[in-house]
Design a binder for this molecule. Structure first.
Ligand SMILES: CC(C)(COP(=O)(O)OP(=O)(O)OC[C@H]1O[C@@H](n2cnc3c(N)ncnc32)[C@H](O)[C@@H]1OP(=O)(O)O)[C@@H](O)C(=O)NCCC(=O)NCCS
Length: 165
Protein backbone atom coordinates (compact mmCIF):
# COMPACT_ATOMS: atom_id res chain seq x y z
CA UNK A 1 0.00 0.00 0.00
CA UNK A 2 1.33 3.47 -0.85
CA UNK A 3 0.48 6.58 1.13
CA UNK A 4 -0.09 9.87 -0.65
CA UNK A 5 2.35 12.61 0.30
CA UNK A 6 0.77 15.78 1.70
CA UNK A 7 2.09 19.30 1.24
CA UNK A 8 0.76 22.15 3.39
CA UNK A 9 1.56 25.86 3.29
CA UNK A 10 0.90 27.39 6.71
CA UNK A 11 1.28 30.73 8.39
CA UNK A 12 4.08 30.71 10.95
CA UNK A 13 3.24 31.68 14.52
CA UNK A 14 4.92 31.69 17.88
CA UNK A 15 4.64 27.90 18.34
CA UNK A 16 6.48 27.36 15.05
CA UNK A 17 9.71 29.11 16.05
CA UNK A 18 11.78 25.91 16.08
CA UNK A 19 10.61 24.98 12.57
CA UNK A 20 11.42 28.52 11.44
CA UNK A 21 14.90 28.32 12.96
CA UNK A 22 15.58 24.93 11.36
CA UNK A 23 14.57 25.90 7.83
CA UNK A 24 16.12 29.39 7.97
CA UNK A 25 19.48 28.07 9.18
CA UNK A 26 19.32 25.36 6.51
CA UNK A 27 18.69 28.05 3.88
CA UNK A 28 21.58 30.22 5.04
CA UNK A 29 23.95 27.22 5.05
CA UNK A 30 22.72 25.91 1.68
CA UNK A 31 22.76 29.14 -0.36
CA UNK A 32 24.69 31.82 1.56
CA UNK A 33 24.75 34.26 -1.38
CA UNK A 34 20.97 34.39 -1.61
CA UNK A 35 20.30 36.23 1.63
CA UNK A 36 21.12 39.52 3.30
CA UNK A 37 22.00 37.85 6.61
CA UNK A 38 24.45 35.02 7.29
CA UNK A 39 24.39 31.60 8.93
CA UNK A 40 27.17 32.73 11.27
CA UNK A 41 25.12 35.59 12.71
CA UNK A 42 21.77 33.79 12.70
CA UNK A 43 23.02 30.66 14.46
CA UNK A 44 23.85 32.89 17.44
CA UNK A 45 20.25 34.07 17.80
CA UNK A 46 18.65 33.22 21.14
CA UNK A 47 15.41 31.28 21.43
CA UNK A 48 13.75 34.59 22.33
CA UNK A 49 14.89 36.15 19.05
CA UNK A 50 13.45 33.25 17.04
CA UNK A 51 10.20 33.40 19.00
CA UNK A 52 10.01 37.11 18.36
CA UNK A 53 10.60 36.65 14.63
CA UNK A 54 8.08 33.80 14.40
CA UNK A 55 5.36 35.79 16.10
CA UNK A 56 5.92 39.33 14.80
CA UNK A 57 7.10 38.89 11.21
CA UNK A 58 5.22 37.28 8.33
CA UNK A 59 6.48 33.84 7.35
CA UNK A 60 4.84 30.98 5.53
CA UNK A 61 6.24 27.50 6.06
CA UNK A 62 5.87 24.55 3.68
CA UNK A 63 5.38 21.16 5.33
CA UNK A 64 5.70 17.83 3.57
CA UNK A 65 4.15 15.03 5.62
CA UNK A 66 4.67 17.02 8.82
CA UNK A 67 8.30 18.08 8.23
CA UNK A 68 9.21 21.64 7.25
CA UNK A 69 10.61 21.76 3.68
CA UNK A 70 10.43 25.42 2.70
CA UNK A 71 9.77 28.98 3.73
CA UNK A 72 9.13 32.49 2.47
CA UNK A 73 8.65 35.85 4.11
CA UNK A 74 6.56 38.87 3.19
CA UNK A 75 7.33 42.40 4.22
CA UNK A 76 7.90 46.03 3.43
CA UNK A 77 10.80 48.13 2.16
CA UNK A 78 11.48 51.54 3.68
CA UNK A 79 13.08 52.71 0.42
CA UNK A 80 9.83 52.03 -1.45
CA UNK A 81 6.90 53.07 0.75
CA UNK A 82 3.60 51.34 0.05
CA UNK A 83 5.11 48.34 -1.71
CA UNK A 84 5.02 44.67 -0.66
CA UNK A 85 8.07 42.42 -0.94
CA UNK A 86 8.88 38.72 -1.06
CA UNK A 87 11.93 37.82 1.05
CA UNK A 88 13.77 34.75 2.31
CA UNK A 89 12.57 32.26 -0.31
CA UNK A 90 13.85 28.72 0.17
CA UNK A 91 12.89 25.13 -0.52
CA UNK A 92 14.99 22.17 0.58
CA UNK A 93 16.85 20.41 -2.29
CA UNK A 94 14.56 17.33 -2.36
CA UNK A 95 11.58 19.67 -2.84
CA UNK A 96 12.99 21.64 -5.80
CA UNK A 97 11.12 21.20 -9.05
CA UNK A 98 8.02 19.99 -7.19
CA UNK A 99 5.88 23.14 -7.39
CA UNK A 100 6.26 23.89 -3.67
CA UNK A 101 8.14 27.12 -4.38
CA UNK A 102 5.28 28.37 -6.56
CA UNK A 103 2.82 27.71 -3.73
CA UNK A 104 4.97 29.79 -1.38
CA UNK A 105 4.95 32.64 -3.92
CA UNK A 106 1.17 32.31 -4.13
CA UNK A 107 0.92 32.74 -0.36
CA UNK A 108 2.81 36.03 -0.61
CA UNK A 109 0.71 37.10 -3.60
CA UNK A 110 -2.48 36.47 -1.61
CA UNK A 111 -1.07 38.44 1.34
CA UNK A 112 -0.19 41.34 -0.99
CA UNK A 113 -3.64 41.25 -2.60
CA UNK A 114 -5.21 41.39 0.85
CA UNK A 115 -3.38 44.71 1.31
CA UNK A 116 -4.87 46.02 -1.93
CA UNK A 117 -1.60 46.30 -3.86
CA UNK A 118 -1.14 45.28 -7.49
CA UNK A 119 2.54 44.23 -7.42
CA UNK A 120 4.98 42.11 -5.45
CA UNK A 121 8.69 42.97 -5.53
CA UNK A 122 11.83 41.01 -4.65
CA UNK A 123 15.61 41.14 -4.84
CA UNK A 124 17.55 38.29 -6.40
CA UNK A 125 21.30 37.80 -6.26
CA UNK A 126 23.20 37.42 -9.54
CA UNK A 127 24.85 34.19 -8.34
CA UNK A 128 21.65 32.13 -7.98
CA UNK A 129 20.53 31.56 -11.60
CA UNK A 130 18.02 28.86 -10.62
CA UNK A 131 16.18 31.33 -8.42
CA UNK A 132 16.21 33.94 -11.17
CA UNK A 133 14.81 31.39 -13.67
CA UNK A 134 12.17 30.32 -11.16
CA UNK A 135 11.03 33.89 -10.53
CA UNK A 136 10.76 34.55 -14.27
CA UNK A 137 8.75 31.34 -14.67
CA UNK A 138 6.18 32.53 -12.11
CA UNK A 139 5.86 35.96 -13.69
CA UNK A 140 8.49 38.24 -12.14
CA UNK A 141 10.36 40.61 -14.46
CA UNK A 142 13.42 42.75 -13.78
CA UNK A 143 12.71 46.41 -13.10
CA UNK A 144 16.16 47.55 -14.25
CA UNK A 145 17.25 48.44 -10.71
CA UNK A 146 20.40 46.70 -9.48
CA UNK A 147 22.83 47.38 -6.67
CA UNK A 148 25.62 45.81 -4.58
CA UNK A 149 24.73 43.75 -1.53
CA UNK A 150 25.52 45.65 1.69
CA UNK A 151 27.38 42.83 3.41
CA UNK A 152 29.26 41.59 0.32
CA UNK A 153 30.00 44.06 -2.43
CA UNK A 154 31.02 41.29 -4.83
CA UNK A 155 27.35 40.30 -5.11
CA UNK A 156 24.83 42.19 -7.23
CA UNK A 157 21.14 42.26 -6.40
CA UNK A 158 18.50 42.84 -9.04
CA UNK A 159 14.97 44.00 -8.31
CA UNK A 160 12.13 42.03 -9.91
CA UNK A 161 8.41 42.76 -9.93
CA UNK A 162 5.36 40.61 -10.51
CA UNK A 163 2.07 42.24 -11.51
CA UNK A 164 -0.82 40.56 -9.74
CA UNK A 165 -3.98 39.60 -11.68
C1 LIG B 1 14.82 29.42 -5.66
C2 LIG B 1 13.99 28.19 -5.34
C3 LIG B 1 13.01 28.48 -4.22
C4 LIG B 1 13.18 27.84 -6.61
O1 LIG B 1 12.43 26.68 -6.36
P1 LIG B 1 12.59 25.41 -7.35
O2 LIG B 1 11.64 24.39 -6.92
O3 LIG B 1 14.04 25.06 -7.42
O4 LIG B 1 12.13 26.08 -8.73
P2 LIG B 1 11.69 25.33 -10.04
O5 LIG B 1 12.42 24.03 -10.17
O6 LIG B 1 10.20 25.30 -10.08
O7 LIG B 1 12.16 26.36 -11.14
C5 LIG B 1 13.53 26.57 -11.39
C6 LIG B 1 13.76 26.64 -12.89
O8 LIG B 1 15.14 26.98 -13.12
C7 LIG B 1 15.72 26.03 -14.00
N1 LIG B 1 17.13 25.94 -13.60
C8 LIG B 1 17.72 25.03 -12.81
N2 LIG B 1 19.03 25.32 -12.68
C9 LIG B 1 19.26 26.43 -13.40
C10 LIG B 1 20.42 27.21 -13.68
N3 LIG B 1 21.61 26.91 -13.16
N4 LIG B 1 20.28 28.29 -14.48
C11 LIG B 1 19.08 28.63 -15.02
N5 LIG B 1 17.94 27.90 -14.81
C12 LIG B 1 18.04 26.83 -14.00
C13 LIG B 1 14.93 24.78 -13.78
O9 LIG B 1 15.04 23.92 -14.90
C14 LIG B 1 13.53 25.32 -13.60
O10 LIG B 1 12.91 25.66 -14.82
P3 LIG B 1 11.86 24.66 -15.52
O11 LIG B 1 10.77 24.39 -14.52
O12 LIG B 1 11.38 25.42 -16.72
O13 LIG B 1 12.62 23.42 -15.86
C15 LIG B 1 14.89 26.99 -4.93
O14 LIG B 1 15.68 26.58 -6.02
C16 LIG B 1 15.78 27.31 -3.75
O15 LIG B 1 15.33 27.29 -2.62
N6 LIG B 1 17.07 27.62 -4.01
C17 LIG B 1 18.01 27.93 -2.97
C18 LIG B 1 17.69 29.24 -2.26
C19 LIG B 1 17.58 30.42 -3.20
O16 LIG B 1 18.28 30.57 -4.17
N7 LIG B 1 16.62 31.31 -2.85
C20 LIG B 1 16.35 32.50 -3.60
C21 LIG B 1 16.52 33.71 -2.73
S1 LIG B 1 16.33 35.19 -3.74
Amino acid sequence: MTRESTLTIRLCGLDDWQDLRAIRLEALADTPDAYGSTYEESVLWSDAQWKNAASTRLFYLADRDGGVVGMVSGGFNDAHPGTRWLYGMYVTPSERGSGTAALLVRAIDDWARSHGVAEVYLHVTNSVPRARAFYEKVGFRTTGESFRMDRDHSLTLETMVQHLD
